[in-house]
Design a protein around this ligand. Structure first.
Ligand SMILES: Cc1cc2nc3c(=O)[nH]c(=O)nc-3n(C[C@H](O)[C@H](O)[C@H](O)COP(=O)(O)O)c2cc1C
Length: 170
């Protein structure tokens, strides 16, 4: 039996949804991670920064952009003790300027993903997966990075069928 882990980054608080600023109690990627959990019963881990980005959307944008520009590796609150037992990792993140938030880079550099299957899932507002799959391959050169799924943040509650189909793909 293959053991599965859902590792995801997600930010609640103020965000743009279909062109307007809204306050989200649960981030879009976290909703998608919950759907994957319901389907697969995988273990689940939330990637969290020691210093989270601001609750204000505009401040968050400035902070996240600064981190991306300087190729930062934000410190994480915690890590799973080990990923040795997992064969499949569902890796979730919001699209931040065509790639993943820098905290996901921190997470991927922390472990050796050799011979693991990584299935990326991303929520976005128009840019899809961007270059995230390529970036994951660069960070985890010996992992088997499968085709990712891109879900519109505003449609995440209606995405279960698409997610089910994607999980069944090899
Ligand atoms: C800092 C920041 C940068 C973003 N950059 C993009 C982008 O370049 N392209 C895009 O389609 N969406 C972008 N978005 C929108 C998010 O990807 C989208 O709202 C996502 O569903 C948020 O997921 P979350 O609620 O799990 O954090 C950005 C959002 C933030 C906060």
């Amino acid at each position: 039996m293959s053991k599965k882990l859902i590792a995801f980054y997600s930010r609640a608080d103020e965000n743009y949804v279909s062109g307007t600023l809204k306050y989200l109690d649960v981030g879009n990627t976290e909703v998608a991670a919950g759907i994957i959990k319901d389907i697969t019963d995988a273990d689940i881990f939330k990637i969290e920064q020691v210093q989270p980005y601001d609750k204000s959307y505009n401040k968050c944008i400035a902070q996240a952009q600064a981190d991306q520009k300087r190729d930062a590796r934000p410190e994480l609150k915690a890590y799973p003790e080990s990923i040795d037992d997992y064969n499949i990792i569902y890796l979730g993140f919001p699209n931040y300027w065509s790639t993943m938030p820098m905290a996901v880079f921190t997470f991927l550099e922390h472990f050796d993903f050799s011979s693991k299957v990584i299935k990326p899932f991303c929520t976005h507002e128009g840019s899809g997966l961007g270059r995230s799959e390529r970036d994951i391959k660069k960070l985890c050169p010996n992992a088997d990075v499968k085709k990712g799924i891109a879900i519109y943040g505003s449609s995440v509650l209606r995405s279960k069928k698409d997610i089910e189909k994607w999980i069944e793909e090899d």
